[in-house]
Design a protein around this ligand. Structure first.
Ligand SMILES: *[C@@H]1O[C@H](CO)[C@@H](O)[C@H](O)[C@H]1NC(C)=O
Ligand SMILES: *[C@@H]1O[C@H](CO)[C@@H](O)[C@H](O)[C@H]1NC(C)=O
Ligand SMILES: *[C@@H]1O[C@H](CO)[C@@H](O)[C@H](O)[C@H]1NC(C)=O
Ligand SMILES: *[C@@H]1O[C@H](CO)[C@@H](O)[C@H](O)[C@H]1NC(C)=O
Ligand SMILES: *[C@@H]1O[C@H](CO)[C@@H](O)[C@H](O)[C@H]1NC(C)=O
Ligand SMILES: *[C@@H]1O[C@H](CO)[C@@H](O)[C@H](O)[C@H]1NC(C)=O
Length: 526
């Protein structure tokens, strides 16, 4: 009798799998392959235009005991989807077994994304409407990599065509002439709204200022070495705090409600003589006092107490020092939610800067708020098809998230063939490069590296423990999603292929072969 029931069940199970296969085959029609083009840089870009753009196959739930793998590598794949089945034993040829433990959770993730700069908007606007749609869908829609985080420069930065602020009227302490710039109205707001509309998820948006208006500064200039005139608590500081409030209010009037702000982009830049683009210098103590006396109270008084205020917004080598200075004041600390970090000096700064900061201030999140390739001379600015740059993104993200960082924000979401526009010619690379002349854009390997995280590691998910033997520098991280799925991201930067086993004590072993120079995202439901 039991045997009979068992065989009926097993037959049903087979039909279920068949049914699933049909579903899966059907749903695979939602993907479109990459139109590859090589520029002789080791790997290739995916070309999109007004009528064609590759799409990622959606990540739909599958039954317990099976798993999904998305693979990108130097040689062939871009978020290529395959399936597999758990085994009861590990692969005999594995180079390591990695075991997850859902019971050990770390930070809650905020998300992944990029910045809506003037340059990005100018480049998007240079395409035909249809190509623009394809570009924004690539980042924000379910057929793309579904970014959830967006950074908005408050007024101009180097990725603008000229310096400007929201109030260039000397002596306007009441900010009577405060107004958003034409750049906000033409190049930022419309694309943020379009991105929100096509997104199935919510966008988490934060603003960052590069400089106050020149008239508020001791050097009377938005560039170079300079700071606000006077001291925290003084009238220039009060006006500068109100400037944040006005920015939040104006964006809100356009239907864009921000989630957060950073107190200053790279406060160390404005302490450097002759710094060539918009900057404003702060010490940690000045930032602390400004928040305690001016910015915190101004946000609260104007109904923005929910805004996530972040400090630092600069290199992690300033940690934990900067956080210690700022959080030494409970008056400042009570207004602050997080610590923002930029990646530029990561290669010379051990990750202990992050983990020790987390240990000292476990209630403050750490978020990566800026990164880009091509900023260091003499290496090229834009390199079309560089797989190394995809690896450097994935490497930095994995290092960060394994040290308490809650998300990662790329810099410009789109740049031109030169890596601009940038009014001081500080050109860099971007995951999407726009070629306006041909009405085409190129999705770089970096774009897919971002996708391995942004599409699958959802806001609100928790990083969980994953342990295994050291496999030649293999980098790995695991996350538990709200729908009880597990997401594991693996980076292999070496020349070798191999097999590792992923072990879920509740389900068994995944026999995962990985190719040289690859990034994989593995997903299963528990
Ligand atoms: C867009 O790219 C596709 C795929 O390469 C090509 O077939 C099509 O002709 C291109 N469309 C335009 C308008 O160039
Ligand atoms: C794991 O995969 C390798 C290569 O695909 C295969 O040789 C091996 O038998 C597999 N092991 C198990 C336990 O499935
Ligand atoms: C995780 O917690 C559950 C429930 O408390 C327990 O049954 C299970 O054994 C734990 N697993 C591990 C790997 O510790
Ligand atoms: C605001 O701008 C107008 C027009 O430029 C100018 O006349 C006025 O003096 C400004 N007000 C302040 C307070 O700066
Ligand atoms: C988006 O935000 C709204 C308002 O906070 C919330 O009700 C909704 O559940 C969120 N949607 C998602 C997909 O998180
Ligand atoms: C600001 O400084 C730059 C660089 O020194 C200089 O070229 C520019 O003229 C200055 N602007 C003003 C308004 O003084």
């Amino acid at each position: 009798m039991f045997k009979l029931i068992e065989s009926i069940f097993s037959a049903l199970n087979k039909y279920f799998l068949l049914f699933l296969l049909v579903l899966v085959t059907k749903s695979s029609s939602d993907s479109l392959p990459c139109d590859q083009r090589s520029y002789g840089q080791g790997s290739y870009v995916c070309v999109c235009n007004s009528t064609y753009c590759d799409r990622v196959e959606s990540n739909v739930p599958i039954p317990k005991g099976r798993y999904t793998v998305y693979t990108s590598n130097k040689d062939g794949y871009r978020l290529h989807k395959t399936y597999g089945q758990f085994n009861s034993t590990p692969s005999t040829t594995n180079k390591g077994i990695f075991t997850i433990n859902k019971n050990v959770t770390y930070q809650t993730m905020i998300g992944f994304g990029g910045a809506f700069t003037d340059a990005a908007g100018i480049n998007i606007a240079s395409l035909s409407t249809e190509a623009q749609e394809n570009l924004l869908k690539s980042y924000y829609s379910p057929e793309g990599i579904e970014y959830t985080v967006g950074r908005i420069p408050m007024a101009s930065c180097d990725f603008s065509t000229h310096p400007y602020s929201y109030d260039d009227h000397p002596g306007d302490f009441m900010l009577q002439n405060f107004s958003l710039a034409v750049e906000d109205l033409k190049y930022k707001i419309p694309y943020i709204i379009a991105a929100q509309k096509m997104n199935k998820r919510n966008l988490t948006l934060f603003g960052s200022p590069w400089s106050a208006p020149a008239w508020m500064k001791d050097n009377q200039n938005m560039t170079g070495k300079g700071s606000l005139i006077g001291q925290p608590g003084g009238k220039y500081y009060k006006t500068w705090a109100q400037y944040f409030v006005r920015f939040l209010q104006e964006y809100s009037k356009h239907g864009i409600d921000l989630w957060g702000i950073t107190a200053q982009n790279e406060p160390s830049d404005g302490k450097l003589p002759n710094f060539k683009f918009q900057a404003m210098g702060w010490t940690a103590a000045q930032q602390r006092d400004f928040i305690a006396l001016d910015l915190g109270p101004a946000l609260e008084k104007n109904g923005f107490q929910y805004i996530k205020l972040m400090i630092l917004d600069d290199a992690r080598f300033l940690l934990p020092y900067w956080a210690e200075q700022v959080f030494s004041s409970p008056e400042a600390s009570k207004y602050i939610s997080g610590i923002a970090v930029h990646w530029y000096e990561d290669f010379i700064t051990p990750t202990i800067a992050l983990s020790s900061t987390h240990q000292k201030f476990p209630d403050k999140f750490i978020l990566a708020t800026e990164a880009c390739a091509g900023s260091i001379l003499p290496f090229g600015k834009v390199i079309l098809g560089s797989w190394e740059r995809a690896e450097s993104y994935a490497h930095d993200i994995l290092q960060d998230v394994n040290n308490w960082v809650t998300g990662w924000t790329d810099w410009n979401i789109a740049l031109d063939m030169e890596g601009g526009p940038n009014w001081v010619k500080n050109f860099v690379d971007s995951p999407i490069i726009v070629n306006a002349k041909k009405d085409e854009f190129y999705k770089q390997p970096m774009f897919y590296a971002m996708g391995h995280f942004s599409k699958f590691v959802l806001p609100g998910s928790k990083r969980i423990d994953i342990r295994g033997s050291e496999v030649d520098g293999l980098q790995i991280s695991a996350f538990l999603q709200g729908d009880n799925s597990i997401v594991v991201v693996i980076l292999n930067r070496s020349e070798n292929d191999g097999i590792i086993s992923l072990h879920d004590p509740e389900l068994g072993y995944i026999n995962l072969s990985y190719s040289k120079h690859s990034i994989q995202t593995v997903i299963w439901w528990t």
